[in-house]
Structures are given as C-alpha cells and as structure tokens.
Design a protein around this ligand. Sequence first.
Ligand SMILES: [Zn+2]
Length: 690
Amino acid sequence: MNMKAIKILLTVALPAVLGLTSCYNNEDNAVETAVQSTGINISNLDQTVRPSDDFYEYANGGWMRSHPLPAAYSRYGTFDELEEENSTRIKGILDDLQGSSFAAGTTEQKLYDLYGLAMDQDRRNGDGVKPLMGLIEQMEAAATSEDLFEIQLALAPLGYSAFITAEFTADEKNATQNILRVKQGGITLEQKEYYLNTDAANTSIREAYKQNIVKMLQLFGFTAEQATQKMANIVRLETELAKVSRTQTELRDPEANYNKMTLAQFNANYPNVQIEKVMNAMGARSAYIQELVVAQPEFVAGVNNLIATMTADEYRDYMEWIQINKAARYLDDEAEATYFEFFGKVLSGRQEDYPLWQRATLQIEDNMGEALGKLYVERYFPPAAKERMLQLVRNLQTALSERFDAQDWMSSATKAAAKEKLNAFIVKVGYPDKWTDMSALNIDTQKSYYENFLECRRFWNAYTMEQKAGKPVDRSAWQMTPQTVNAYYEPTTNEICFPAGILQYPFFDMEADDAFNYGAIGVVIGHEMTHAFDDEGHMYDKDGNLKNWWTPEDEAKFKEKADMYAAFYDAILVLPDLHANGRMTLGENLADHGGLQVAWTAYKNATAGQTLPTADGLTADQRFFLANASLWAQNITEEEIRRRTITDVHSIGRWRVNGAFPHIDAWYDTYDVKEGDKMFLPKAERLDLW
Ligand SMILES: [Zn+2]
C-alpha cells in the first residue's frame, strides 16, 4: 500500500528478464582479496558522450542500446535484469519440485501444489470466474448495509477491511511494542492524484479506469447497463476517499502521521467504522486494541462520514469491485487480460503481459515467498558472501562515523548521539535466522487456485495477528524475502537489511576489486545507513523511537541543507511537461548522497597505500563511479515515468546519477569536471551534508 515505514532501495514494478551469470565460485572469504577483475563491462558505456556533460548517458548509453525495452516491461534496467535472473532460478526450484514427491503437509508439498494450480491454465480457464461468484451472489442478495457489513466481517479473517487499512506495527513512540495502526487505504489506484488531478494525462487515465471497471464487471455476469451504474458508484466512493487522503509527500511526516488515542476515543470520534468488531473478526482480541494510532485522522473522519451517507448499493458495488479486482489475476485468462489492459498498459505503458510461468512464479513468491527463499539460499547463497558483506558493513560504519567527525556544521553533542545510533544498528545479511512455520497453511488441490490464494491470505492474517497483536516487536523478523533484489532500513528497529538476492552482480562481485564493490554494494550499504539520518529517519532515536536527539541549532542547519536539496530536485524536468517531486523523493535522494559520500570514504580507507591498476583506460576511482551509475541503467516508458513521479519516493534512474553526482566533490576531481561542463555546479550550490 501507500505507507511503508521501511525505506527500501528502490521500488520494483515486477521482476525482469534475461540472464546474468552469478559470480560465486570463490572460496576465498578474505575481505581484501587480490584484484581479479574490474567488474566493469566497457561495452555498456557510450564514450562519445563526455562524462562531465551527461554521466548517465556516458556510463549507460551502450547498455541502453543493447537492452531495448522488452514488450512486457514498463521499465527494464540492470536491477530488473537481475530480478529476471532470480525469477528463472525460482522457476527452476519449482520445476525441480515437480519431479519429486513429498509427504502431505510439508512446505515442499504446498509449494509444489500451489505452483501446479497456478500453471494449470486449462483448469483455470475451465473454472472461469466461478470461484468468486459465490461471494458476488451473496453480496447481490444482501438487502441492507447491515447485511453487507456482516459480509465485510466474514472477509476480515482474510485480512480484508473496507475503506481503511488496519495493521499491527511497532508503536513509533514505544518502539519495542506493537500497536494497532489505522491508516488510509481503500482506493484502487492508491494515489489521490489519479482521482482528482485535471491535467490531460491523469484525466485520460481516469477515463480508462472507468471503462476498465465496466468491462471487468461484465465478465462477472452484469449487463453493460448494470456495470455502468456500478462503476459510477465505485468511482464516487473512491473519489470521496481520495479527497480525504494524503499525498505521498504528506505521508513522509512521521509526527503528523502519529495520533495515539484510546479505543473509547476512537469510538467517540469515528463510531461508524466499528473498529472493534472489524478487529475482532480479523482475530485481534479487544484487550489488544485499547490504545491505537490513527495515522491520518481526517481520512478516518471522512470514512466515518462516508459510511453514514452512502447507500447500500454504493457499499455493495464498492465491496464487489475490491474483491473482483484483487481476484482477477488468480482466475482465468480473460480476467487476467482485462486487468492487464488497464493496470499494465494504461498505467505503466507495458505492451504485453508476462508469460504464464513468470506470473505464476511471482504469485507463489507473493504468497509463499519466504519458503521459496529457504530453498533459494541453500542453492545460491555462499557463506563466504555473508562474511564479506558483514566486513563491508563494518567498514562503511567506520566511514560514516568519520564523515560525522568531518562535518563542521554539526555540534559535538549531535555527533556523539549520531554515532550512538550508528553503532546500535541491527545488521541483517542474506536470510533470517529462523524460518516461518507454515504448517498451519492448507493447500488443497481439490479447490481452485483462487480459493487456495484465499487460504494463503487466511494463513498470513492469522500468523500476523498471532505474532503481533498485544506482543512486543520481534526484532529478528525480516521484512523482505531472502531472494529479493533490494535492501531496506527500518527506523523503528534501527536495522539495515541486505537480502541474499542483492548480493550478486552488478551489486556485489566476490571476484571484483574494491573500486567496483565499494561503488556498487558499498553505496547501497551507505544508502541504507544514511536513511537513519535522512529528513525522516533522523527523527527516530537509536532505539527506534520517534524522539528528537538533535540540538535545535543542528536541526535547523540540517533542515536548511535538506530544503536546498529538495529544491534542486524540484527543478529537474523528468519529461518536457513534468517536474520531479523533490520533497517526495528527498529521503531517497539524501540516502543516495550519503551512500556515495560514505562509500567513497570507505573505499579510500580500504585502498590506502595501494595503487589499483588502470584498466580499459579507466582509473580505479573512475570505475567507482561507473560501478554505481551502472546500477541505474534502464529504459523506461513515458507512462511509467509519469506513474512513478506520482507514486515512487525514489528518483528515476537517470536522476539517481545525474542528480546525485554533481553534489559529490570526489566526482569532480575524478572526472576533472570544470565550470562550463553541463553537470557542473558551483561549490556553494552543492549539498554539503555528510
Ligand atoms: Zn532508500
């Protein structure tokens, strides 16, 4: 949904294609291994472009030309390329399971059966939309809003709550304990701009969405006339919710999104939400929700008002649409294709859908991802990689500490507190120490694929309630599966996490030199560490509590520098008629900046006294920046640039290079960038933060 507490490295649309060979065949787990390769593929460059004029094109022009956008993708980059390789590996694991036999109730049997159901296209097409029709008929038969509310409660054990999102998560002001958090949700397009903006691009997306609802509803037996009437009701309700929703930028203010109250106060403020009944139905006892956090009060007030004023027909049509839209990809080809027409083509500019095996693999990952991850790391993650990563993380921690010392704008009191926070990081690498017990999940091949998907939802909802409601925060839990090509920082536990999936080329190469590894995974590590000190993360203390530890003077200086950086990105044109959103992407841009600064320092520490050789006419220092820029090589559709500029807190790949590098002094020295070069910024206009 639209409010993740964790800070991830990038937002992945969906996985990617093509193969890369991984680079793990080295038994040597020494940290500073002998140089064996540069890790740089010279054919990925475009050396007709001057690096000081357009570094992104210089570093990635060759790659972009040799990797035209595949029809199934709205964005395809080196990140996606690695994701695609991972998908192929996961498919291999699932295919291998098909050749074996497993005792009933084992996780392998469940993976095997769920994948088999997903791949059985004939059976899925034979069933059509029938697996969902029982629920639709039940809703059609409900006469009143009270009857419909009973159906809503019956769906709660599957983790569904109408209009709002309700979940247990760390209490940001008492971070060792979980608390119920009620937040905005309930709009299919997830961002308010799609419902409210009146520019040409958004208006045409909105019209296409309306047509898509009408078309989809007809697959479920409604006439064109009925479907059109239902569409009007659905769009009206979602638009009302959009009006009281906050933007992505507004959601990035932790204090403004923290409003603690008692259950009695909640009931007095928002009686129509009937939160206690909803949560009880979801499996949380009343004792565990006596205090709760309302993330966006005006949204919940809007929902309270909407419930009082909507008709039973509107309520019914809205609930039907939510269920249909979530089910579409688990039903037959026609429903899947109709879903893709809008959510794939219109919203993102993808020309075609992924093949069945890839859709199936993704869905198994969505529902049983960690179980797959256990098999994945057994096969693909060498222990030596973990050792080397832990050493790199320690080196980056040392470097960030040195960066704090080097700042003359920060007082010694704030520096000391910053170091305490830095030294308190929980570091997670590869895969979790304990695996989720999935014995309570029941996968039954007598039932349809869709019904088994619901069983997965039932399992995860019950598991989450058991783990979190009324319980302390489990600081050993992971928020990503091991095979994920990504990384995160979680402010409420002050943890950085690097799953096995990202510890591969082009991020990490056991055989490559320090210039490469510090420029690639080193910057990623520094990026996640810097999130602890970005415009949002710096508001949490070393224990994960939302509690200010800055002196007022230092806080004011930090804010001034951050504001300048937001204004720099605001001025960037991502399309001829569209500016970047510097405020929404500020945390990520600050993390990219810090990542580069800290990794550069760590790289210089690691190679002190050494002279790394020049290769292909490139010095080691030049390769540091190339290794980093290559992570963001990508081709992307215009639609996807528009979509991400509304939804994604990360900058577009081009600007993670061409926006970030002009603020790094070491880059000027390394590439001899001078006044008059297109990317040149006067020293006074560069971010001087870490
Ligand atoms: Zn990030």
